[in-house]
Write a protein that binds this ligand. Sequence first.
Ligand code: UDP
Length: 328
Amino acid sequence: MNILVTGGAGYIGSHTVLELVKRGHRVVVLDNLSKGHRAAVRGIELVQGETGDTALLKELFEKHKVEAVVHFAASSLVGESVRQPAGYYHNNVVKGLALLDTMAESGVGRLVFSSTAAVYGEPLEVPIPEKHPTVPTNPYGATKLALEGAMRWYGGAYGLRFASLRYFNAAGADPSGAIGEDHDPETHLIPLVLKSALGLIPHLEIYGTDYPTSDGTCVRDYIHVSDLATAHALALDALAAGSPSTVYNLGNGNGYSVLEVIKTAEEVVGRPIKVKYGPRRPGDPAALVAGSGKIMDELGWQPRFADLKMIIETAWRWHSGHPAGFGK
Ligand code: UDP
């Protein structure tokens, strides 16, 4: 299949590109490199540009005879989205709509969309099923949900079929150690734990110890980035085979607390990790765990890295081998 991947130089995007190429697809990446890394995409055409540039999109669709789009390009930090909602609506919704418009005009009818557990808001039940009410508690989740809504209506009117993948906590790195997670600033737990182990930051701050969980720290469902990548490939195959539009959760179905993550990381790195106890981070729900039975049943997806230790081992290979990430 000829596939355009927006945001393909980012963390989840670059791992998905790797998987798609392994499976024999022809991939072109569109990325504005505001967060992504050229070095994360090797041997693949990378076009530096905006998802909102409709003339560029049309040109790429024609030139590469694009049959499907995987859309990652977006802003994705919860806290930042609360402080700067305008940027999030512009980047995630306005540019996303430009992509949908151009797909409709150019007759590109298949889309796999990078969505998030943040569309659910505070969970009413855990594990969270896809039919859970969607009441986002921050602009990041709201903008992802807004594009999901547009995709639904565009689908009916213009023949677009999509799979929206609602990720829980993406973690880990390609087992080769060649690519991995490199955000600036880094805000995610596992990379910060490992940066602390490497002495790149003085300590890890634990955000809150008074949550209603077994040890008082937040519980999350960590899913390996390569397992996410496989899910995108399976979703594309299903769309190519004529499957209707749908939404899938993607997690391991196991929750781990912040303290459990730190303990497992200490086992992996073989030394204690310096931590400090701090207040809660605003907007963090106590526990988020995915019910991913739907994608397992319908697409046969299974996580290869279901175990937290395996996930952290791959992340450690990347971070210890590339303490400066992809470099500047
Ligand atoms: N967390 C933490 N210290 C940090 C970063 C994260 O205690 O420096 C906690 C955070 O409160 C949450 C969990 O780790 O409960 C995962 O946070 P992350 O930012 O990785 O992902 P999120 O769940 O926000 O998508």
